[in-house]
Design a protein around this ligand. Structure first.
Ligand code: GLU
Length: 422
């Protein structure tokens, strides 16, 4: 993921921090602390494959900062995982938990693997091996992992079970994003999309965008992108473009896809082509590439895939007025500059996708207090947190005359500095 320095996610993260520190005239000692993770854990996981052979996989856990609470953040299974990526993601988690003001810190983990190449039993052994490697450093009051790209509630369940075996004690609060049966929270599966949608509505309100006249393109059809598509469609927004990791479709007429199409993509999971584009006789949909989709005409571009999607190379050609970052790090700092010159509003990842970790925090609370909240209760607690964070970020941007990302960083770094001085 980091072929050249410009797109090294950790360097990008640090340049965002430097910019914030300058504006805040941040205390040097605080800055230095925020420039380094507190602990880096690495392991080579040995996993028995179904054919009897053993294979080794590189695994990481970075515990970036716990000044505001236990380290918190997902575990990613992806072939492009790297140490610098995990470091960047764990730093962004530190900022994110501070932006929404939940009492958690920042951490992240990852394994270099394409999980689609593994059988279920291999995946289970790999996930249990991850827990075995790092469990001494994890725990409800130490470090609480969660799902991220290509990790599921099933994987969280295996890890929670392995933790119980290793410590001799059942502690579901060691990990979030579990299945409901294993102590997961209702509403955690849709939380990232829910939170992002509150942010979209708040921005639409500020910019006076009416749903029916607002065309949305969504890149990425995993948990966040697919659920977001459904919410936006139901609220009357026009979804004119969608993509997954392989395919992209676009409606140049700008009318928006019909609901059944959106639902069928979601039901089938991954590939957009399964929606049988030719069957939609009433609409002309066009295949395009994932890269070209980003540059199509629309009002709101939702980035729900991976890092470094909008860079200095394509930023000039983005036609959207608003970008919502449901993925982590999809817009690079160089692209941010170009987009700001175009007056494009970017709702940054550390705000727009914070619904996921916020409901993870609710799950952790329920586990610790031995409670079970209804879905309605979860949603009614998520909305005010997202709305408040949005307003605070918006007002900070006005106060410092800056973009929303820098504003979110200012807000978070102030909170972190306060906690670190204590
Ligand atoms: N992986 C998600 C994120 O990047 C969720 C983390 C969590 O729930 O701890 O925010």
């Amino acid at each position: 993921m980091s072929k050249n320095n410009k797109n090294n996610p950790y360097q990008n993260a640090m340049s965002q921090l430097t910019k914030t520190a300058k504006i805040l005239k941040l205390d040097k000692a605080v800055l230095v602390k925020l420039q380094h993770p507190q602990r880096i854990l690495k392991a080579k996981l040995t996993v028995k494959m179904d054919n009897g052979q053993t294979k080794k996989f590189d695994a990481y856990r970075v515990q970036y900062n716990n000044a505001r609470g236990p380290f918190k953040g997902g575990i990613r299974y992806h072939k492009q995982v790297s140490m610098d990526e995990v470091k960047a993601l764990s730093f962004w988690m530190t900022i994110k938990t501070a932006v929404v003001n939940i009492p958690m810190g920042g951490g992240k983990g990852g394994i270099i693997i394409d999980p689609h190449t593994l059988s279920q039993t291999e995946l289970e052994r790999l996930s249990r091996a991850y827990m075995k490697a790092f469990y001494k450093y994890l725990g409800p009051s130490q470090d609480v992992p969660a799902p991220d790209v290509y990790t599921t509630s099933q994987i969280m369940d295996w890890m929670a079970d392995e933790y119980a075996k290793l410590t001799g004690k059942k502690q579901p609060g060691v990990i979030t994003g579990k299945s409901i049966a294993a102590g997961g929270s209702l509403g955690r599966d849709t939380a990232t999309a829910d939170g992002g949608f509150y942010v979209l509505k708040a921005i639409a309100n500020k910019l006076k965008l009416k749903p029916k006249q607002t065309r949305i393109i969504i890149q990425g059809f995993g948990n966040a992108g697919a659920n977001f598509a459904q919410l936006a469609y139901k609220a009357g927004f026009k979804i004119v473009g969608l993509s997954d990791s392989k395919n992209a479709i676009y409606d140049p007429a700008g009318k928006g896809f019909n609901y059944n199409l959106v639902k069928s993509i979601k039901a089938k999971g991954d590939a957009v082509t399964v929606c049988k584009i030719n069957d939609l006789k009433c609409q002309k949909l066009y295949h395009t590439t994932n890269e070209k989709l980003l540059e199509k005409d629309c009002d709101v571009l939702v980035l729900a895939a991976l890092e470094n999607q909008v860079t200095e190379k394509n930023a000039k050609r983005i036609k959207a007025k608003v970008i919502i970052e449901l993925a982590n790090g999809p817009v690079t700092p160089l692209a941010d500059k170009i987009l700001a010159e175009k007056n494009l509003v970017v709702a940054p990842d550390v705000l727009a996708n914070a619904g996921g970790v916020t409901v993870s925090y609710f799950e952790w609370l329920q586990n610790i207090k031995k409670q079970k909240w209804s879905k309605a209760k979860v949603k009614s607690k998520l909305k005010p947190i997202m709305d408040k964070a949005f307003i605070q970020v918006w007002q900070t941007a006005k106060k410092y005359k800056t973009d929303l990302r820098t504003a979110a960083f200012i807000l978070a770094v102030e909170r972190l500095a306060k906690a670190m001085k204590k």
